[in-house]
Design a protein around this ligand. Structure first.
Ligand code: FAD
Ligand code: NAD
Length: 454
């Protein structure tokens, strides 16, 4: 008789790995399928290498802004070697051995679903009571005349670079574009960022977009708004030439496409197990991440919130459901951080989203150097802004954003307040450490109270 596994996991990125870990700990018989490397996009070509190479330029800038610290120099070769160490030299043999040691079966190959509880890979069929789809996304590369003639990079080429280019154009205006621009310009690469719309980070508050643009320009990045690529061609000296919609042209070593991602469901045949895809190709799930009988989906492939922390959270939710809990995923209060300089963090709703839901929301924006001590003790030329959005009737925080040093750390105060629906009274009666950026929440709440009488 064919062996039947408790759970088959397709895709071992952060979502798949967390689910596997929890299910193995819970005593389940697990089979995992991975077509590339255990750890997924995040570990080798996205979060980990990008945050690693952003740290050097961040420290250099911080040093320049700190009284009494001398000039610091970056060393690309050393930064690159540490990045490669952090990305495990694109080698997942230790991960593979770890799963095998814990009793999991791991199949290296591209899997597809052949029916309820049936997965096929490398010409062989496997049976399982549950299947978890965790196949992530792949980059979207726009097409235009001459696109095939230029040197075009996605995050994969950027975060495995061995030699730095002299100049690049980045197409896109969101997280990958901003982080990549901050990294490359920090290491001395000439960067032009092409934004087809009027502002960066369009999904965030307009104040966030304006601050993001101000700071990325201060780093030395050229930002072109309302501009797109019309065509490309290979120049005489091997450079990539772009003709732009504003009538100008650019010659660069490479063009980086930071133009979003699309779910990896091609050839997966999710419908054979009863799942459906939405208009963008994301696997449709309910609040338990349940897609159909015995079928679950987690991470970027669901299109819910394309972040590693969300993939990991959904992995925990699904594993617990399979282990017998009745667990529901809540996406309230999940932070969104762009690791630019300074960091750009946001959580919860924007004003526009609140209004579209008919919520009576009030907001306030405070400049941190004008209101608290920490920006001054942190750097000689202090920076930082915080915005909060409050539900006037429910008297709870709806959203918050911060563009400031360490914002990716202290945004979690707002995350918890939103997730726990903490009342304004509790928030006003909580005591932050002095001097810390967290004090800004109290200032914002007080000012909102004075301005709006809440
Ligand atoms: C440049 C960049 C930087 C980022 N930085 C951050 C960050 O700092 N913080 C953050 O939270 N998020 C970040 N993200 C987003 C983050 O990478 C994703 O949200 C995260 O990787 C999603 O995890 P996942 O498990 O859903 O998918 P993935 O990490 O994409 O893993 C999916 C896995 O499935 C495998 N697979 C796919 N199809 C099959 C198949 N048919 N059979 C077998 N295996 C298959 C793939 O090979 C892959 O290993 C970044 C993204 C990019 C592009
Ligand atoms: N720190 C983090 O958590 C982090 C960092 C990087 C990426 N990510 C995640 O990775 C994913 C990918 O990020 P991203 O920035 O590539 O995607 P995105 O979808 O957030 O943004 C895509 C950008 O490309 C632009 N664009 C799309 N098509 C275009 C075209 N044809 N021509 C010109 N511009 C075009 C859009 O206007 C937008 O500015 C996102 O889900 C993001 O949340 C997270």
């Amino acid at each position: 008789m064919d062996e039947v596994f408790d759970v088959a996991i397709i895709g071992m990125g952060p979502g798949g790995e967390v689910a596997a870990d929890r299910l193995l700990t819970g005593g389940k018989k697990v089979i995992a399928f991975e077509s590339e490397l255990i750890g997924g996009e995040c570990a080798y070509w996205a979060c980990i290498p990008s945050k690693t190479v952003l740290r050097g330029p961040e420290v250099k800038l911080e040093a320049a802004r700190t009284a009494g610290v001398g000039a610091s120099e970056l060393n690309w070769e050393q930064a690159r070697d540490y990045r490669d160490y952090m990305a495990r030299h694109l080698d997942d043999s230790a991960q593979l051995a770890g799963y095998i040691q814990r009793g999991a079966q791991v199949v290296r190959g591209r899997a597809s679903i052949t029916g309820p509880g049936r997965v096929r890979a490398n010409g062989q069929e496997y049976l399982a009571h549950h299947i978890i789809i965790a196949t992530g996304t792949e980059p979207v590369i726009p097409d235009f005349p001459g696109a095939g003639d230029i040197t075009a990079w996605s995050n994969r080429e950027v975060y495995t670079l061995t030699e730095l280019p002299t100049s690049v154009t980045i197409v896109g205006a969101s997280a990958v574009a901003l982080e990549t621009a901050s990294f490359l310009t920090g290491f001395g690469v000439e960067v032009t960022l092409i934004n087809r719309s009027d502002r960066l980070l369009r999904r965030e508050e307009p104040e966030v977009s304006a601050l993001a643009e101000k700071y990325v320009r201060e780093l030395g990045v050229t930002v072109l708004a309302h501009t797109s690529v019309v065509s490309g061609k290979r120049g005489h000296l091997g450079e990539s030439e772009l003709e732009l919609s504003n009538g100008t042209s650019l010659k660069v070593d490479a063009v980086i496409f930071a133009t979003g991602r699309t779910p990896r469901t091609d050839g997966l045949d999710v419908a054979r197990a009863g799942a459906t895809l939405d208009g963008q190709g994301n696997v449709r799930i309910d609040e338990h991440c349940w897609a159909a009988e015995g079928l679950w989906a987690i991470g970027d492939v669901t299109g819910v919130m394309p972040f590693t922390h969300v993939a990991k959270y959904q992995g925990r939710v699904v594993a617990d459901c399979i282990l017998g809990a009745d667990r529901i995923a809540s996406y309230d209060g999940i932070p969104r951080v762009v690791f630019a300089n300074p960091e750009i963090a946001a959580v919860g709703l924007t004003r526009e989203q609140a209004e579209s839901r008919g919520i009576n929301a009030v907001s306030i924006h405070v400049n941190l150097p004008e209101t608290i001590a920490r920006p001054w003790t942190y750097e000689q030329e202090p920076r930082g802004d915080l915005g909060i959005l409050v539900d006037r009737h429910r008297r709870v925080l709806l959203g918050a954003w911060a563009v400031a040093p360490l914002a990716g750390e202290w945004i979690h105060q707002a995350s918890l307040a939103i997730r726990g629906a903490l009342s304004l009274e509790i928030l006003r009666d909580s005591v932050p450490q002095f001097p810390s950026y967290n004090e800004a929440y109290l200032v914002a709440l007080d000012r909102l109270g004075s301005a709006e009488g809440i």
